[in-house]
Design a protein around this ligand. Structure first.
Ligand SMILES: [Fe+2]
Length: 180
């Protein structure tokens, strides 16, 4: 459970802008310069190519490609379903608003050959990696929620390059919640 409004959590999910600062582990895995978000009528897709291996991070990398192009894909389906697609697993995340300032996130992971002994270590590492990113996002979201109580700050501007997915979400909210 997270101490923020569900929309704060979705906002955070829909932009990669915060990755260089908030997610050092994830930043090592992806090619940030080529990260992009494409929006469709009721969903959006974030595309993050997996970064080529660097000599200095040989032992630390989880998703370093050996051959061919690999990518991480993050799908969001309006209003509250997220699909995270990595080279070796898929996870789903359903966002459940519990109250104005409380949100439940329900993750489920899907791997190939979960019973095989040789995959156990890999699965553990992938789930731990996902949990690390999630914990970093929880910290951000709870700080943003506290920021909403500010008496002096109202709102910022969208980054056209990095926050088009957030803007798309807000347009859908306005369409469905803005009616009298
Ligand atoms: Fe994040």
């Amino acid at each position: 459970m997270i101490a923020c409004n569900w929309k704060v959590y979705v906002d955070n999910y829909l932009e990669g802008y915060h990755i260089p600062i908030a997610h050092p582990g994830l930043m090592k895995e992806i090619d940030y310069a080529n990260y992009r978000t494409d929006t469709y009528r009721y969903y959006s897709q974030q595309f993050a190519p997996i970064r080529a291996m660097q000599p200095e991070d040989a032992s630390e990398r989880l998703y370093a490609p050996s051959t061919g192009v690999q990518e991480a894909l993050y799908f969001w389906v309006f209003p509250n379903l997220m699909l995270n697609i990595y080279p070796d697993n898929i996870s789903t995340n359903v966002i459940v608003p519990l109250s104005h300032e409380k949100t439940l996130t329900i993750f489920e992971w899907f791997f190939h050959e979960v019973a095989a002994e040789k995959n156990q270590e890999r699965i553990k590492r992938s789930v731990a990696f996902s949990d690390e990113v999630q914990q970093e996002d929880i910290g951000l979201c709870e700080q943003v929620q506290r920021g909403w109580r500010s008496s002096t700050y109202d709102r910022g501007r969208y980054s056209v390059k990095r926050e088009n997915g957030v803007h798309h979400f807000h347009m859908l909210l306005n369409e469905f919640l803005g009616r009298p």
